[in-house]
Design a protein around this ligand. Sequence first.
Ligand SMILES: C[S@@+](CC[C@H](N)C(=O)[O-])C[C@H]1O[C@@H](n2cnc3c(N)ncnc32)[C@H](O)[C@@H]1O
Length: 469
Amino acid sequence: MFCHIKYSRIFESIMTSKLPPALIRSLIENYHIEDEEFIATHTNGEQLTSIRLNPFKHSQAFANSEQMPWCTNGRYLAERPSFTADPLFHAGCYYVQEASSMFLEHVMKNTIDLSENLKVLDLCAAPGGKSTLISSLLTKDSLLLANEIIKTRVPVLCDNLNKWGPENTFVSNNDPKDFKRLEGYFDAIVVDAPCSGSGMFRKDPAAINEWSESAVQLCSQRQQRILADVIDALKQNGTLIYSTCSYSKQENEEISDWLFETFELESIRIPIESEWGIVETQSDDHQCYGYRFYPHKVRGEGFFIAAFRKKSISAFPQIRRARENTVNTKSEEIIKRWLIDSQEIRLINLQEEFFAIPARLEADLSYLQSRLYLKKSGVRIGKVMGKDLVPNHELAVSLLNNPAVHRINLTHDQSISYLKREELRLESDHRGWALMCFEEHPLGWAKILDNRLNNYFPKEIRITNPNVV
Ligand SMILES: C[S@@+](CC[C@H](N)C(=O)[O-])C[C@H]1O[C@@H](n2cnc3c(N)ncnc32)[C@H](O)[C@@H]1O
């Protein structure tokens, strides 16, 4: 009798929440979730806002906000401001990211020696949330390759990584199977797989209508294909981190069992604090550890993550010394005036444009170039025209600008006008290129002429919403 009343009440609340009954049933059966609380978090209208500060760009943004327990620079905000109207957002001083997914930092710290110079692949990277987080954790001579298969999603990934700043970041636009050409190359691979998306139902209720059991099956098969394609690119003893924003066992623990059975991988247990509310699970067949995030238990959205160590032997890649650097001394002299003075940066000339990468990664760049379709290689500095450089936007928002380059601090309103690519009128005796800044943080370039200022903020990423002021 009690059961009957309870289940009819649950059924009623499922119907109000519009959550798929099949999903709720499987969560009750497999994971004994507190269904009423779980459903309530999807109907009570509560939304969480969180951001992650950029450790390379210290700013006053959200200085007094609440720290997240599993991510050093993760912060909860009391309310959601208009990020588009904040120049510091455009300067890359922080990234707006869902809280649970920042647990990746805790997993990486517990599975990888981050003091080493590493090569890390973020296979499913756009729009770049995990990539910017990984970038914050690596040494400056490490290499981060952020890959995205869908071409139209590559620009936003590049833009977010440009704004983040470091020059040790590369972006490729490849299918996972192309990584078979990089056998044994990476120390760590993160696969934040495309999934059925149930963990995002609270944030994005429209996704509920797209959910189905057959979509879960399709996602599970695709996840296996992606993992099978990329596993050879991981070194022996390298770390594989797998995550989804799905609650479905077929996309989470069952994938862990499949990984364990198919490849020589060892599951890694991650220490967690009980007050975080994260649920540790073990897969049915091989007891692989996994970490589940439910919105009624943690301050974050639905998420799953698991980590593995690769035990099988991989061929060691032959990385030849890079070809002689072809930047001529005249161009080098011109460019060096724009950059911080550093022996650790190498200038590369690719198709008339100059790029800066960490000197220690020169051979790696040639290796990646010959195997993948690279869309970003370190920091694009610009083109040398005659006696001067035409600086690229990537340089403006990087960490490489020479402090001697002329800077102009804009007010908030001027910054918004600049970011909209509007015409700016500024009093300045300076003539030529200048970095337009907000609270000392570069936003982009402008060229000051006798009678006007040319706004060089890239039109593809300008603020287009007329209501943003
Ligand atoms: C969950 S999203 C990644 C989110 C990203 N890691 C972040 O933190 O911002 C999954 C990504 O996988 C990509 N994807 C879709 N199908 C794929 C496939 N067959 N192989 C690899 N990646 C795929 C999607 O385009 C999407 O960018």
